[in-house]
Ligand binder design. Structure first.
Ligand code: 5GP
Ligand code: ZN
Length: 117
């Protein structure tokens, strides 16, 4: 395993812990959601589990209840921000555009979303 699979020095673990500031929009016992620092759409919010897992499949195996809560949080955010309709993206692997190896879903809406958004 490379060090990107580890929670050590993980950017999103540090945001979840409050060590690095972020524009948080919702927090639950299992999930934190905050605005993407480089939004690709008018609504672009990251939904992140508190448990470190390198991607969504690993999270589903390690903590399925956190993934289920992420889905509920994503919907609540979309209800508040964009009429309940949204795209939910999980990039898995560098070749697919994943740059932060702590599972996260992008909640996006607005503008003209292309498939590569
Ligand atoms: P990925 O490319 O791994 O699917 O998504 C990572 C996302 O995290 C990117 O959209 C990127 O803009 C966002 N991001 C990277 N660093 C930070 C940061 O320090 N704060 C916030 N709020 N977002 C970040
Ligand atoms: Zn992490």
């Amino acid at each position: 395993m490379s060090d990107i699979d580890s929670a050590q020095d993980c950017l999103f673990c540090r945001i979840v812990a409050g060590d690095i500031p972020a524009q948080k929009v919702m927090e639950t016992d299992r999930v934190v959601a905050f605005r993407d620092i480089a939004p690709q759409a008018p609504v672009h919010i990251l939904v992140v589990p508190r448990t470190h897992a390198p991607n969504v499949a690993a999270l589903a195996a390690a903590a399925p209840e956190e993934l289920a809560e992420m889905a509920q949080v994503a919907q609540r955010i979309a209800d508040a921000e964009c009429g309940g309709e949204y795209r939910w993206i999980f990039n898995t692997g560098a070749a697919a555009g994943q740059t932060v190896f702590h599972a996260h879903g992008h909640v996006m809406n607005g503008g003209t979303l292309g498939w590569s958004a």
